[in-house]
Design a protein around this ligand. Structure first.
Ligand SMILES: Nc1ncnc2c1ncn2[C@@H]1O[C@H](COP(=O)(O)OP(=O)(O)O)[C@@H](O)[C@H]1O
Ligand SMILES: [Mg+2]
Length: 371
């Protein structure tokens, strides 16, 4: 088990820069997730760690061992890296039993029979598939097949797991269940894991830390909590969270000592504690963000806690089990609020309050977070 360090890694395919100047320090035993929309360079990053691709620039380290370096023109082969990789389209051999499938990487490496039996048995037990060892893949469900593929990766006791969208082929319910199991398994095995997904919910629920990538560029690295509560820029703020954060253009205006965020449809006072940070933006256009769960209907807010209601029309009410989504409109402004109850009906007006301690502000030019 080792840490994984990536220094100034760039990888191109012809003109396409798939990964640009990536820097990462993944800790030993960490569950680290590469997150971003399709085509942002996640798989390319993973293949560079595995050694299946050679970076154009930069270095890859496994613990203290330098495994790729453009400067020294060195590149350790995938076989010698002792990492296991599992792809979305994992292939398990249809003519082999489950036992044989899991044993395969050990047989290739010439391990002796007794060790193979012992390791395969332990692995199968860990994955809860002991009773399936004599079956062929076609006698398995999708979830069971996925586990066999995972077993084949685990059985080698690799130093690092590299998993590329491993749950993508499972149905929604099984995906949620497997998410938890995989996380538990990783903790039990204590193997450093680099996991690729485009699904922000998957990333948020499983990761110790996440990197958000876009077009080969790093947008932010942090814990799920940091990404959610302190997004570094507009892209991360919009990418993480569902339904996504509400955004609206505002102007910062000064009135005596007070600052106001003026969105035309409403005007809200800037909380005193953040005024100093915003002085330099007076008169400027900024983008304000507020998450749906930080909007409330006034009737359900405790007296005396807030004083910033503005009236909006309820366009749609969506019932999502534990909560309701209110699609609100006023002039050009549309907001989504996530609430527990509502007194308003579709087409009616509601008094909406905003938790001012939860607003996010972004520089309109750079899209970087101001707060
Ligand atoms: N073998 C390839 N040849 C040319 N371009 C590629 C190749 N593989 C990936 N790319 C391009 O590199 C970029 C990053 O791809 P990839 O790492 O697969 O992204 P992700 O896994 O995040 O979807 C994309 O623009 C993709 O089209
Ligand atoms: Mg990919």
């Amino acid at each position: 088990m080792v840490s994984v360090t990536i220094k100034n890694l760039t990888k191109k395919y012809g003109e396409t820069v798939a990964v640009k100047d990536l820097n990462l320090e993944i800790k030993d035993q960490e569950f680290f997730i590469l997150l971003g929309p399709s085509g942002c360079g996640k798989t390319t990053t993973l293949l560079c760690i595995a050694g299946l691709l050679k970076p154009d620039e930069g270095e890859v380290w496994l613990g203290n061992e330098l495994v790729s370096s453009s400067g020294r023109d060195m590149h350790v082969t995938p076989q010698k890296r002792e990492v296991a990789m599992m792809f979305q389209d994992y292939a398990i051999y249809p003519h082999m039993t489950v036992f044989k499938n899991i044993a395969f990487p050990l047989e290739v490496r010439g391990k002796d029979k007794r060790e193979i039996v012992e390791r395969v048995t332990t692995t199968a037990k860990l994955l809860g598939i002991s009773q399936l060892l004599d079956r062929k893949p076609k006698q398995l469900s999708g979830g069971q097949r996925q586990r066999v593929a995972l077993g084949r990766a685990i059985v080698r006791k690799p130093r690092v797991f590299l998993l590329d969208e491993p749950l993508a082929n499972l149905d929604a319910k099984l995906r949620v269940k497997t998410r938890t199991e995989l996380k538990e398994l990783q903790r039990k095995l204590g193997v450093t894991t680099v996991y690729v997904t485009h699904d922000q919910v998957e990333a948020m629920t499983m990761a110790d830390r996440i990197i958000v990538q876009r077009d080969g560029v790093t947008e932010q690295i942090g814990t799920p909590d940091e990404l959610y509560n302190r997004p570094a820029n507009l892209f991360v703020a919009g990418f993480i969270g569902s339904p996504e954060m509400n955004f609206t253009d505002c102007t910062l205006i000064k009135d005596g000592k007070k600052l106001w965020l003026d969105a035309k449809e409403f005007k809200i006072p800037v909380p005193a504690e953040i005024v100093p940070k915003l002085e330099s933006y007076v008169g400027e256009d900024v983008i304000m963000g507020i998450r749906p769960e930080d909007l409330y209907e006034r009737e359900f807010v405790k007296e005396g806690t807030q004083k910033n209601a503005f009236r909006m029309t309820v366009d749609i009410i969506e019932h999502v089990g534990p909560y309701l989504l209110l699609y609100l409109r006023k002039g050009r402004l549309s907001l989504v609020a996530r609430v527990k109850h509502t007194k308003a009906g579709v087409g009616q007006e509601a008094s909406i309050e905003m938790d001012l301690s939860k607003i996010h502000l972004f520089d309109k030019k750079t899209t970087k977070a101001i707060l």
